[in-house]
Design a binder for this molecule. Structure first.
Ligand code: OAD
Length: 246
């Protein structure tokens, strides 16, 4: 990674309000696969319409359940990496700090970030497919998955947002507020292709924020970014924290 721009460090030192958007790239160094990276991305190997839509679940609930059970295992085995931990440190520095994530792996919360908005839900929670009622605790054992919600009797599904579904309203509204009020907006490890999440850095830029992209490759967001830091989140973020500490 190249040296951090002095102007960026200066802007960060002066900033009061910082908002962040993360995507699958921040968890890549924890061993959680991304979606769109060639070869290793989940959508390079699997067809989203067969696995990540309500129609897919209605058609073949067992297949979808088992695919998410496999991903949940991956996420449960994963540990927060240096990028997640650096964001915990950044949160402590700013009076107003909002972290919006598209990730369902729960690693920001596990790392210790406090104000986390999970825009696409969490693979660590379940809800009833029919009523949306959340399950408290773990799903009951079941020989013929998916198991049923003990209270509603409906099939259990992961509490994640599937294609064609609405995002959690409160998390989206709060993410938009944070983007519009931010002095600095960091967009980290996301291909910036999935809306409405991808609109957040654009909203921030329109409202006058300094937009900083951290990603090894260019994305559609790069043209909105004031600074594009081409590197891994697990290297660039700790470097920022260290530079601010000096
Ligand atoms: P993608 O897989 O689309 O993009 C991952 C991004 O991370 C790419 O731009 C990579 O270049 C970058 N990347 C890879 N390794 C990195 C690293 N070590 N540090 C920083 N960046 C790195 O993932 P998302 O943008 O999160 O939605 O995908 C958005 C949504 O599409 C997901 O939330 C999911 C998916 O379909 C739902 O499931 C609703």
């Amino acid at each position: 990674m190249d040296d951090l721009p002095a102007q960026l460090l200066d802007a960060l030192r002066k900033a009061r309000r910082v908002a962040v958007l993360t995507g699958a790239g921040i968890s890549a160094e924890s061993g959680v696969p991304t979606f769109r990276d060639a070869q290793t991305g989940l959508w390079a190997k699997y067809e989203p319409t067969q696995l990540a839509t309500p129609e897919a679940f209605a058609r073949d609930p067992r297949l979808v359940w088992e695919w998410y059970a496999w991903r949940r295992e991956l996420c449960s085995a994963a540990k927060p990496n240096a990028g997640h931990l650096a964001l915990v440190e950044l949160e402590k520095r700013f009076a107003d700090f909002t972290l919006t994530t598209q990730n369902v792996d729960g690693l920001h919360l596990l790392a210790g970030s406090r104000r986390v908005l999970e825009l696409h839900g969490s693979i660590r929670r379940y809800k009833c497919f029919d009523t949306g009622r959340l399950l408290e605790g773990e799903p009951p054992h079941c020989d013929n998955p998916p198991p049923r919600h003990p209270q509603t009797g409906g099939m259990l599904r992961p509490d994640v947002v599937w294609f064609g579904e609405a995002l959690p309203e409160a998390a989206l509204m709060e993410s938009l507020r944070a983007a519009r009020e931010a002095d600095i907006y960091l967009t980290i490890g996301t291909s910036a292709l999935v809306y409405p999440a991808a609109a957040l850095p654009i909203e921030a830029q329109r409202a006058g924020a300094t937009v900083v992209e951290i990603n090894p490759t260019e994305t559609p967001c790069s043209k909105f970014a004031t600074f594009s830091l081409r590197g891994k989140a697990g290297e660039v973020l700790p470097a920022i924290v260290q530079a601010l500490g000096e």
